[in-house]
Design a protein. Structure first.
Length: 320
């Protein structure tokens, strides 16, 4: 089978996933562990507005944001019409507005659109929406293990030291080249856009990493097929978003192990997804999954990693 259009093939193997040794392990984080993954295909980018529009035209599917009648929008980006008609906020995160009429085609609320943003990630997508799209596309959501394997790219290894980013251990700063879309400025009042983007970036912004995948970190949180915990009724999202930070000063510190859980019907203007696909003819045995706390010993760091940031005080679900 040839590689499907818009996807890359990732050969399976074993690798170390989770929080690198020496880094802070937060409440939602995985401890470092060696796991196994089979070969699979992964979308090169997050699903775009153009792709989701085609899906909508062919199926007539209505997202959960449309069915509920509202979704979360960052106040800074909400349209004037949205601000004028919305009074609901989140108790511990007043920067989030519950905007009536916000959904993938009106990402900032009534008066906004996607005609000039067809190459941007489709947002306000719930886990349930993403599953329905993947089924239509004859694909599926990636597992959390697959997602991190893909994100680590050439650094996915069971024997080499774990890296913080797809490019290595260089921490993004205003004095370096930004390789992902995060927030720079006074959150949530001003986004300086020093990475070249205020708010969302196109799905193929920045250079792809070694495996040819774009924006595995930052820009939008991406749904996975993995349960956050058996009792939580939440799904794992990975990668962080444009609202997060490089150092954990606010929201989430974005590194390769960044994760959170959210309910399957949740949506916001920083939540999207990409699809995966099984490579036929793989081995019959079940691969070793994540959350294996009896994992093989991890290799020592090649050199001291940058110090971990303090644990974030903004760890919410619904909205992210």
């Amino acid at each position: 089978m040839s590689t499907p259009e818009g996807m890359v093939k990732l050969l399976g193997g074993t690798f170390a996933m989770g929080t690198p040794p020496g880094q802070h392990v937060g409440r939602d984080d995985l401890v470092a562990q060696v796991v196994e993954v089979r070969s699979f295909y992964m979308d090169v980018t997050a699903v775009t507005n153009e792709a989701f529009r085609k899906f909508r035209k062919e199926t007539g599917y209505k997202t959960e944001a449309e069915k509920f009648g509202w979704s979360f929008v960052l106040e800074l980006h909400a349209t004037d019409q949205a601000k004028a008609t919305t009074s609901q906020t989140v108790k511990d995160a007043p920067q989030w507005l519950a905007v009536q009429g916000a959904y993938w085609r009106q990402p900032f609320g009534p008066g906004s659109g996607v005609k000039s943003r067809l190459n941007y990630p489709a947002v306000h997508i719930s886990y349930n929406d993403a599953k329905f799209y993947c089924k239509w596309a004859q694909k599926r959501l990636p597992t959390e293990t697959e997602w991190e394997y893909a994100a680590r790219g050439k650094y996915a290894s069971a024997t080499e030291p774990m890296r913080l980013y797809p490019w290595g251990n260089e921490v993004p700063t205003n004095e370096s080249e930004w390789k992902l879309n995060l927030w720079q400025g006074d959150f949530p009042r001003t986004d300086a856009g020093l990475d070249g983007h205020v708010g969302l970036a196109p799905a193929d912004a920045f250079a792809p990493h070694g495996a040819g995948l774009y924006n595995m970190l930052g820009n939008v949180w991406e749904w996975t097929a993995t349960l956050f915990s058996k009792s939580s009724q939440q799904q794992v999202l990975r990668g962080g978003s444009y609202l997060d930070s490089a150092d954990g000063a606010f929201n989430h510190r974005v590194i390769l192990s960044t994760r959170m859980g959210n309910t399957g019907d949740s949506s916001a203007d920083n939540m999207g997804f990409r699809c995966a696909k099984t490579v036929p003819g793989g081995p019959k045995h079940k691969p070793q999954g994540a959350n294996r706390f009896d994992a093989a010993p991890l290799p020592p760091p090649e050199a001291p990693l940058p110090p971990p940031a303090a644990a974030s005080s903004c760890r919410s679900h619904r909205p992210p």
